[in-house]
Design a protein around this ligand. Structure first.
Ligand code: GLU
Length: 362
């Protein structure tokens, strides 16, 4: 048990928090954040950091040898910048006798249950050994179309995967404003309930360095809060912000009130995997009942009545009933062309084997 109100938190740190206006890593800022993490860690709070800043810090380090496209630039900068970033964290934590470790991931690694559980296990083992995981997208090898929208999305996935007690998203402003943050008459919305409509408030402008903006931050924060995890959006440029958030209710931030409902880990995964699903299959009543009745029931082509979208073998697909209700997700054993031919047929190999099928039973 920790001495603070949360036992386990995820903290997302945006590129703009970690870099100075000239694009160089802001070592003093990182040191300040590390000090707070150390204090929390020493008081029993388990922390998973999701840190951006790879591309931004790589950019400040070298000039490309020729004109390059955006993918090449991202690859080059992140390869160099991630090494620099993790070194910086490693040294700073080391000075405080804490060990940190690097976890690089891709969106695709959340698309299969096996990979998902594997990553979860990796971070559990790290926490169990008092190692602070520092997560980032593996920007060097991520395929553009398959990338996370930004690290806010990644932090939401990590928060639910690690079942944290709170997610703190650190940006370079105090929270979500009810108008233009630069306008003096605007103020930070202190609390957001799940039912509240925010469209009128959200700024579509993006920060200069990161990929995200307040739109994705809000979308992710709401999604995570809906899954029962409180979310704070706060200013990472402010000294002591993490400690303040955990000790003082009056600290300026936008707090997304969580919904009380408890949901299972499979459902959490399903909730997020929906974003990765490439297509859908619609199943008949018989298949639906069979899937809902038993954990060990594969989805056979005979139970499929319709196939929507195009997907390849091993992609994640959604399973819907005839009224469009999502029953779950699974890994396709046939591509969309093949299953279109096989749907409704008896005596065929499963379309989704039960080991790779996640249905919310009961
Ligand atoms: N993964 C990117 C980086 O480390 C940041 C993505 C984002 O801006 O959210 O540079």
């Amino acid at each position: 048990m920790s001495n603070y109100k949360f036992n386990r938190i995820a903290v997302k740190i945006g590129s703009n928090v970690l870099t100075k206006s000239d694009g160089m890593l802001d070592i003093a800022r990182i040191e300040q954040i590390v000090e707070q993490v150390v204090e929390l860690h020493q008081n029993g709070v388990e922390i998973v950091l999701v840190s951006s800043g790879a591309v931004a810090s790589g950019k400040a380090e070298l000039k490309p040898a020729r004109k390059m496209d955006s993918v090449e630039l991202r690859q080059l900068f992140s390869a160099v910048g991630q090494a620099k970033l993790i070194n910086c964290y490693y040294d700073l934590f080391r000075q405080k006798n804490i060990i940190c470790g690097q976890v690089l991931t891709t969106k695709e690694s959340f698309g299969s249950r096996r990979h998902y559980l594997n990553q979860q296990q990796c971070m559990r083992v790290m926490l169990e050994n008092n190692v602070v995981p520092i997560v980032n997208e593996n920007d060097t090898i991520s395929v553009t179309e398959l990338m996370f929208t930004d690290n806010d999305e990644l932090s939401g996935l990590i928060a639910t995967m690690m079942d944290v007690d709170a997610l703190i998203i650190l940006s370079n402003i105090d929270g979500i404003y009810d108008g233009d943050p630069n306008d003096e008459s605007s103020s930070v919305i202190r609390k957001i309930k799940s039912s509240q409509n925010l469209n009128q408030y959200i700024q579509t402008k993006k920060s200069s360095l990161g990929r995200g903006g307040m739109m994705t931050k809000t979308r992710i924060a709401r999604k995570v809060a809906k899954e029962g995890i409180p979310v704070f959006i706060a200013n990472g440029k402010k000294d002591g912000i993490l400690i303040d958030l955990l000790t003082n209710e009056n600290t300026i931030s936008t707090f997304f009130e969580p919904e009380p409902k408890e949901i299972s880990s499979v459902k959490k995964w399903i909730a997020h995997s929906e974003d990765f699903a490439k297509g859908k299959v619609v199943v008949n009543e018989g298949a639906k009942n069979a899937l809902l009745k038993s954990e060990a029931h594969s989805l056979l082509p005979v139970g499929i009545i319709d196939v929507k979208g195009n997907f390849e073998r091993y992609d994640i697909v959604k399973i819907e009933d005839e009224s469009g209700h999502v029953l779950g997700v699974g890994k396709a054993e046939y591509d969309s062309t093949k299953i279109r031919q096989l749907k409704g047929q008896n005596n065929q190999r499963p379309f989704i084997h039960y080991n790779y099928l996640c249905v919310e039973v009961g």
